[in-house]
Design a protein around this ligand. Structure first.
Ligand SMILES: Cc1cc2nc3c(=O)[nH]c(=O)nc-3n(C[C@H](O)[C@H](O)[C@H](O)COP(=O)(O)O)c2cc1C
Length: 315
């Protein structure tokens, strides 16, 4: 029985600002484009939200198509470089299809200046997207991107520029490539972010020893997948204690148990990313497993589990 006394099962809903998600499992940005690339491979409408590929004010070609990704032990390194159709084409050509899945669609935006971010948000304000994720954490672009996310003041400046441009809930996507991720999270929340999401990829490099050159055309990239999971769980734990805004945790989630680690550490919601390349239905699997866990532990709502970790006292 759920909290409402019905037989519908535990209450899985999540509140992000004014937005209520039906459950906590999201698709992370950049994994299935604008919803078109994985069409028909799983029931994505069942998930809590779909975060679309980051878009910028103008379309971008991204890094050279050759050597943009490389597989590594328990993960991958990518340097796509924010290839995207631009915010206007997103709204006109891509959004209808993404919305047809029948669940919340979250747009992700980036730019070279805070004003670029604000211009994207203003265009998205008139659309049915449920929220806007501010990507201040892309490691694979020369200008903008992570340059904002590694500095608390610059991160806040972006959020502050976007806030008046839209009524949509705002999510700040944080990079783990910083000394103190809590300081960045606090600055974003104070500037008006309704939630923070973390982590984006960890800066990384893979070297071809025969040619003695980097494998990726961009030389460096971002590491994702199970290799980063324990590091991502720690940052989720730290940020959840640092801000009262909800935290969306991600980084190498492969199954429900992985997702539950993030939730128990403090995440209100989770996102699946790299795993979708191996199993397009992973999000559905994770969602079913979370539901099963709540039932097995006789919990009426997901909320009871969020941040419920009990620390050991150094035994
Ligand atoms: C191929 C690829 C492209 C990505 N593109 C974006 C992007 O456009 N915007 C963004 O915020 N994050 C992007 N990410 C980062 C993911 O959303 C996620 O934060 C990261 O991969 C960690 O989660 P995971 O280990 O489950 O993949 C991308 C990741 C991958 C692997």
């Amino acid at each position: 029985m759920g909290a409402s006394g019905t037989v519908s099962g535990p209450d899985l809903s999540v509140q992000i600002g004014s937005l209520t998600l039906k459950n906590p499992v999201m698709v992370a940005s950049g994994i299935f484009g604008y919803g078109d690339e994985f069409r028909g491979l799983a029931d994505y409408g069942e998930l809590g939200a779909l975060v679309l590929k980051t878009v910028t004010r103008e379309p971008r070609p991204g890094n050279p198509p050759a050597s943009r990704t490389v597989e590594t032990p328990a993960g991958m390194v990518n340097a796509i470089g924010l290839e995207n159709v631009g915010v206007e084409a997103l709204v006109e050509e891509k959004l209808p299809l993404a919305l047809s899945y029948g669940t919340a669609v979250i747009a992700s935006i980036a730019g070279d200046t805070p004003e670029d971010f604000a211009a994207c948000a203003e265009i998205l304000d008139d659309t049915p997207v449920s929220a806007i994720e501010i990507n201040i954490s892309c490691p694979n672009v020369r200008k903008g991107g992570m340059a904002f996310g590694v500095d608390a003041w610059a991160s806040a400046q972006v959020v502050r520029a976007v806030r008046p441009a839209t009524r949509k809930p705002l999510i700040a996507k944080l990079t783990p490539n910083v000394t103190d991720i809590c300081a960045i999270a606090r600055a974003c929340a104070a500037a008006g972010a309704d939630a923070v999401s973390l982590v984006n990829t960890f800066s990384a490099m893979v070297v071809d020893v025969e040619t003695r050159r980097p494998v990726l055309a961009a030389n460096t990239g971002g590491l994702s997948g199970p290799a980063i999971r324990p590091a991502a769980v720690l940052r989720t734990f730290q940020v959840a204690r640092a801000v009262s805004a909800p935290v969306i945790g991600m980084g190498g989630i492969w199954n429900a148990s992985d997702a539950l680690e993030f939730i128990i550490a403090g995440a209100s919601a989770v996102a699946v990313g790299t795993v979708l390349f191996a199993d397009p239905a992973a999000g559905n699997r994770v969602l079913a497993g979370i539901r099963e866990y709540l039932v097995r532990h006789r919990l009426d709502s997901l909320q009871e589990l969020v941040g419920s970790i009990t620390l050991r006292d150094g035994d």
